[in-house]
Design a protein around this ligand. Sequence first.
Ligand SMILES: Cc1ncc(C[n+]2csc(CCOP(=O)(O)OP(=O)(O)O)c2C)c(N)n1
Ligand SMILES: [Mg+2]
Length: 313
Amino acid sequence: MRLIAEVDLRINQEVRAGRLKAATYPVRGLEGSCAAVGLNLRPVDQLVSTYRNLGDALAKGSSLDALVAEIYGRLTGASKGKGGAMHLQDQAAGFVTSTGIVGSGIPIAVGLGVAAQLDRSDRVVVTTFGDGATSIGAFHESMNMASLWKLPVIFVCQNNQWGEHTPIAEYAASTDLAGRASAYAMASARVDGFDPVATALEVRGAVERARRGGGPTFIEVVTYRLTGHSGVSDYSYVPKDRLAQAMERDPVPVFRRRLGEDGVVQDAELEAIDKEIASEVDAAFSKAVEEPFPPQSERFTDVFADEKVVQGL
Ligand SMILES: Cc1ncc(C[n+]2csc(CCOP(=O)(O)OP(=O)(O)O)c2C)c(N)n1
Ligand SMILES: [Mg+2]
């Protein structure tokens, strides 16, 4: 959680200072729920995310250096600087892809679930997406197919109660998102996404079910967007009292207090973690900005069509 919070903060500082020119989507408020998912997955398990992907990527164990370099568009980035912040991936970590089109990662995850089943593997696939994505057609098609074929897919809906500038009640006929699973006879749960322990336990149950062939689960992780939609957007339209109420539950400081109160860790240990993470993150950012951008010759590598075909069009 600390690592996610630190990298997210640094990215936003860089964007606002004009040193990083990238479309970025803050994950403030999701630190605990992302960590809760990552904690329950092995590297061989797969995760498909959205543009709001930083927490998912780090929690799944992606390389910090390769992610930061990718966000800066550098050759040493996870996709040689050609994917950028919206399309982070790290195949070695099982962080398969992130997509910019709302809802489009969901059928990809279902395809990976079919592959896991055909391989007779015990891999599980998680797909994360926003509340807004539950109004996309592909979401419903995917839920139906996954449930019918008992695929090892876990649908994690990060319900931050906003779809860009629109509050959920203004775009969804029913705001009971977990309830949508019953239309597809799929197991479901609604969990407090500001509580990392509750979320981790719910995810653990879903992973165990998927591994033993019990089929998919839909988990609605209820949070609140603590920032604007993107790294640079304004959020003055968010009701002040509602935001203040959510900020009191900001998962990083709240969980930190809880760990202390429950006697799980001493302050000194937490401070050591903070220090270690701050220096790792400093190193990744300083290194990334020294790296070169991809050369022109990279334009036609890692794509389906070769240069001659594209020029002939
Ligand atoms: C199919 C599609 N429609 C519209 C957009 C523009 N858009 C980008 S993010 C976003 C909001 C989606 O909200 P939600 O799914 O709740 O995710 P959040 O950004 O809140 O995490 C929209 C409408 C898009 N990228 N793709
Ligand atoms: Mg949303």
